[in-house]
Design a protein around this ligand. Structure first.
Ligand code: GTQ
Ligand code: FE2
Length: 374
């Protein structure tokens, strides 16, 4: 594949043809029949590649950043973004998704701001931090999902004596591709913390907060009124689904309890429980995903590349990559994806493959991943 769009005249001598190509170039017109760059590919060819960041590496570097880097206006957050090596230096986990690890030390505050990209947090370790979302102070505990929807003011404050680590997922690359990024700092460093905490949990409607599998066809521009999904509730729902199902893996999607739609218009959030000894068949799906291993360990084969993972690891499944997952001891995997957008636009596709590629998956040791891809 070449990125070169420059029309090149056939080597023929026809002076009329030669001047046609010159004149087209002069006025920034490209004749389709000369474009050698792949445009209408038979199937998606994401630039991002399957990739994994290990918990150990993430935690060690986050700890060093915690010691050396204060959280201030300008930088706003102590965040290490997952930079997919297929994206040529962009700080994005995949073409449409931002994924990152964020850490906040004892007593610190990450200043209040808002932006048009929507965000979610999935808490990994530590305790005692709260994210305030448009005035609603949301307490964060490991395994919880917290939403900070588009254009909602948000700041993170620690009342803890230890550091807290969480995963950030944003639709930022998607919103950037749509040329619709806005950002604004809040006038004060943090929002007031005077109201009772976790208001959204008390006021959200009684509808289901999870659905089995994934949301299929709901289009809405609203975000969930519920901003917090607690781990004990998620765990209970997973256990219920696992008990009902004989499958190697059960999945749920966190949903807006009023509408059954994905939690944000742009992002779906899911949780997947692999049973001990469970192995899924490979499947291709349109849309990018980032997975975060919450607990347990296992192996995923993504387009023939094998990744062994354990708690705290983060990995990317690019659009249309064949992905299958397996676990010996059992595992819980959190994921974000851009599927709500694809479904709303009528371009979502799924292709189950009936042959496991597990035996042929090429294992890529973490330290070799970089050189393998380059
Ligand atoms: O916590 O508000 O990973 O604004 C990237 C941008 C986190 C946040 C990120 C953000 C945030
Ligand atoms: Fe933010």
């Amino acid at each position: 594949m070449t990125l070169d769009n420059t029309p090149s005249a056939p080597t023929g001598e026809d002076p009329e043809l030669v001047s046609l190509y010159e004149d087209l170039l002069d006025v920034d017109l490209y004749p389709l029949w000369t474009i050698t760059r792949d445009l209408l590919t038979p199937s998606p060819r994401p630039r991002s590649v399957p990739w994994l960041w290990s918990a150990q590496v993430l935690a060690e570097l986050a700890e060093r950043a915690l010691r050396l880097i204060p959280v201030e206006r300008g930088g706003e957050r102590r965040v290490l973004s997952l930079g997919n090596p297929g994206l040529g230096g962009l700080p994005y986990a995949a073409g449409t998704l931002w994924g990152a690890i964020q850490c906040l030390g004892p007593g610190e505050t990450a200043p209040a701001h808002r932006h048009s990209p929507g965000a979610i947090r999935f808490i990994l370790s530590g305790d005692g931090v709260a994210t305030t979302v448009d005035g609603d102070v949301c307490d964060m505990h490991p395994g919880d999902l917290i939403l900070t929807p588009s254009w909602n003011w948000h700041d993170h404050s620690s009342a803890s004596d230890g550091p807290m680590l969480w995963f950030d997922g944003l639709d930022l690359p998607m919103i950037e591709a749509l040329d619709a990024v806005f950002f604004e700092p809040y006038p004060d460093f943090r929002q007031p913390d005077t109201e009772p905490h976790n208001r959204s949990e008390a006021t959200a409607g009684p509808g289901p907060r999870y659905v089995p599998g994934s949301v299929r066809d709901v289009l809405t521009d609203a975000h969930s009124p519920l901003l917090v999904y607690r781990w004990p509730d998620t765990d209970k729902e997973l256990s219920r689904l696992a008990a009902e199902s004989g499958e190697a893996m059960v999945s749920l999607e966190y949903v807006n309890p009023d509408t059954g739609a994905s939690v944000l218009p742009t992002l779906s959030c899911g949780m997947h429980r692999l049973t001990p000894g469970g192995r899924t068949l490979p499947v291709r799906r349109t849309g990018n995903s980032v997975f975060v291993v919450y607990q347990g360990s296992g192996t995923s084969v993504i387009d023939g590349r094998r990744f062994d993972w354990s708690a705290g690891d983060m990995f990317v499944v690019p659009s249309w990559a064949a992905a299958e997952h397996a676990s010996g001891e059992g595992a819980d995997l959190f994921s974000i994806g851009d599927s709500p957008v694809l479904r709303a636009l009528g371009i979502y596709r799924e292709l189950p493959l009936d042959t496991a590629q597990q035996v042929t998956g090429v294992f890529v040791p973490a330290q070799l991943q970089r050189t393998e891809t380059r």
